[in-house]
Design a protein around this ligand. Structure first.
Ligand SMILES: Nc1ncnc2c1ncn2[C@@H]1O[C@H](COP(=O)(O)OP(=O)(O)OP(=O)(O)O)[C@@H](O)[C@H]1O
Length: 372
């Protein structure tokens, strides 16, 4: 892996204007100043609860959405405001896989036609012909090449996602943005698709931005992880640092919901109440403060900046950072688990965006298949 980033994102911002009639009445600050790099062959997980801005970020990276400000450099080219013509060659190298395999495949087209489409649109003539290349791609993603003439409805959910993956691979991309690629699938199928992506990533040296709310799955796929909250990155770093030495209370809260990470049972869990606040009017100071069990007055007035940690990682200089390994409860801190001493912003069961028992099961299956 070279140190030169394949993708360099600086100050990336997307604000959606809110209008009533012709009048602009506000701004949804969906993504608010992201900085990160992805090196060739690297897998970066983008995690956070629903509404944190992950999908908006992913769509800006592949330029399905125009950024409001900031910059995106891909392979040394500034693509932030690239026009249609400039985007065409880019589309070959930068692909996206969508969450919903049902919605992203045209039901009236055969699988052969769907996977061939990127080749045809880009005028690419593979040496052995398009059909042979498509069949090779189907085989690569574990589908029967004989099924070239079948239609999407003849395939299961997992198989349809494999078709979407074959289509994304057709142009030999360098980077794939995968937006919740397994969350619409049955739990029993999720591990198979994650394993396929991981095999392909290694075999083809693909870089990934892997968007997910499920930290257990990200842990098994991604080398680096960026944790997003309300349009901002609160912490970014190597997997081990994020999962074993989280600095930000939000990261810790998300991690504490993964049973196989904390192994602490109910006492170690932090349960966040409510949803992420509206990005129309984010809280002053630290955006996480309204749900943080450590928040004090200073958190409402001073927004902590991202500062370097070891090894090129960064964490928000939280006023009250986590100093302990994931899932331990620092002295005097109830960690959001005791019904009597329940701190502000935490609640009983079920609200955090962390991980369900099902996703822990998926992660275990990924592990099993890797070690066998
Ligand atoms: N076109 C739009 N116009 C206005 N607001 C939008 C638009 N698209 C997204 N948003 C808002 O921006 C915020 C971030 O949305 P986004 O879908 O990027 O979050 P997310 O982390 O991907 O969540 P999810 O996992 O639910 O998709 C949300 O509050 C969402 O309602």
């Amino acid at each position: 892996m070279t140190d030169e980033p394949l993708l360099r994102v600086r100050g990336l911002t997307k604000h959606f204007p809110v209008r009533q009639g012709l009048r602009a009445t506000g701004l949804v600050r969906a993504v608010d100043g992201l900085d990160f790099d992805v090196r060739p062959g690297e897998t970066l997980g983008l995690v956070g609860e629903s509404g944190c801005g992950k999908t908006t970020t992913g769509r800006m990276l592949v330029r399905l959405l125009e950024p409001t400000s900031g910059s995106i450099e891909f392979d040394g080219r500034d693509i932030t405001h690239a026009g249609r013509r400039e985007l065409r060659p880019l589309r070959q190298e930068l692909q996206i896989i969508f969450q919903d395999p049902y919605a992203s495949l045209n039901p009236r087209h055969t699988v052969g036609r769907i996977v061939a489409m990127p080749l045809q649109v880009n005028g690419i003539r593979p040496p052995g012909g398009i059909k042979a290349r498509v069949q090779e791609l189907l085989e690569l993603v574990g589908l029967n090449p004989e099924h070239y003439n079948r239609y999407p409805h003849e395939f299961s959910g997992g198989q349809r996602q494999r078709i979407g993956i074959a289509r994304a691979l057709a142009l030999r991309p360098k980077l794939i943005v995968a937006d919740e690629p397994v969350s619409a699938l049955d739990v029993s199928i999720q591990a198979q698709v994650v394993n396929l992506l991981r095999d392909l990533q290694r075999e083809l040296n693909l870089a990934f931005v892997f968007i997910a709310h499920d930290l257990a799955v990200v842990r098994h796929f991604c080398q680096r992880v960026a944790v997003m909250y309300l349009g901002r990155i609160v912490e970014i770093g190597d997997r081990e640092d994020i999962y074993e030495r989280p600095q930000h209370p939000y990261t810790r809260a998300l991690l504490s919901a993964i049973p196989d990470v904390t192994q602490l049972g109910p006492a170690g869990r932090i349960r966040l109440t409510g949803d992420v606040p509206t990005p129309l009017d984010p809280p002053s100071g630290c955006r996480f403060r309204t749900r943080c069990w450590k928040a004090q007055d200073v958190c409402a007035t001073e927004e902590p900046a991202l500062v370097p940690r070891d090894g090129g990682n960064q964490a928000t200089a939280c006023h009250f950072p986590e100093g302990e390994p994931a899932g331990t409860s620092p002295e005097g801190e109830s960690g959001g688990t005791s019904p009597e001493g329940e701190p502000a912003g935490t609640s009983p069961e079920g609200e955090s965006g962390g991980t369900s028992p099902e996703s822990a099961e998926v992660a275990a299956q990924v592990d099993e298949e890797v070690s066998s």
